[in-house]
Design a protein around this ligand. Sequence first.
Ligand code: NDP
Length: 330
Amino acid sequence: NREWHLLSRPVGWPKSEDFALVEAEIPTPREGQVLVRNEYLSVDPYMRGRMSAAKSYVAPFELGKVMQGAAVGEVVESNAEGIAVGDHVLHFLGWREYAATDAKNVVKVDPDAAPLSTYLGVLGMTGLTAYAGLLRTASFKEGDSVFVSGAAGAVGSQVGQIAKLKGASRVIGSAGSDEKVKLLVEEYGFDAAFNYKNGPVGEQLRAAAPDGVDVYFDNVGGDHLEAAIGSLNQGGRIAICGMISVYNSTEPVPGPKNLARLIQTRGRIEGFLVGDHYDLQPEFVAEVGPWVASGALKHRETVVEGIENNLEAFLGQLRGDNTGKMIVKL
Ligand code: NDP
């Protein structure tokens, strides 16, 4: 049973010396617990925050201990009522091969209804983030023009497509490579997309959205947020989902210089956390599940194999190696 420990809190970009892959005993499930053999592990940008000591909405990872994250696996031993050996479950003890946990901490998932990895992505946390952030936080309505950053990633790719399926007048995405930009337009049906590395974001956004944007779904922060405020229409809404451009910054990052534009536009900026929106889960699954099944909503996964590559998958996601959800397959 190999598991990833955090040895020291990274300063700036995490380095391999900050972590160790450790050989541990396979845990024994106690009364009321199950033992799960993990099959798919999620790596997510928010994990960078948990590697720091800063107080946040979840506790920091503990030094010298195994890290955590979403995972899906098969129950191989059960001391809990209602969960049988052979069942598949979603739980939060990732970064390891085997996990013993209380039955109340797992949710059964059906491998026949959808591929197991999708419970970590398009039908899981990142899918719900897109759904809740767009529809609830940004109050998306038919006819809105929508700009989303990180648009080829797990959350962003769903935001753009849900907006299109729900009648957006125009959907614009930004991503970090020309291949990703091509995918957004040719496969996901975005109306326009640009590579933010090819020139100033503000200029590229003005060219892609000449009539401005009603909704900006922010995964990135920094120049992207400032550009979106600059292009915001009257009554525009900005949902702050993530700010991946600053997660490895060692100095406080200056905010947008054009906030006064929110007065003119009566614009609204609001941050949100998916954890507050799980009441939308049934509606999300009912609406998005059939779109995924029919292919109306497309999704990609970048799958990295082996527990030994879990850290590299996490770092790769911060660098933009992934298209769609980054998954580790054991
Ligand atoms: P992604 O699949 O989007 O992976 C991260 C992507 O970020 C990379 O692929 C990379 O793509 C892009 N990126 C990295 N550095 C930069 C940069 N400096 N500028 C612009 N883009 C960059 O991850 P997720 O979909 O899981 O998460 C997307 C965002 O949503 C993150 O900010 C995350 O923290 C946030 N989030 C927030 C939640 C909430 O509850 N509020 C819940 C889930 C996620 P590229 O090649 O395009 O640069």
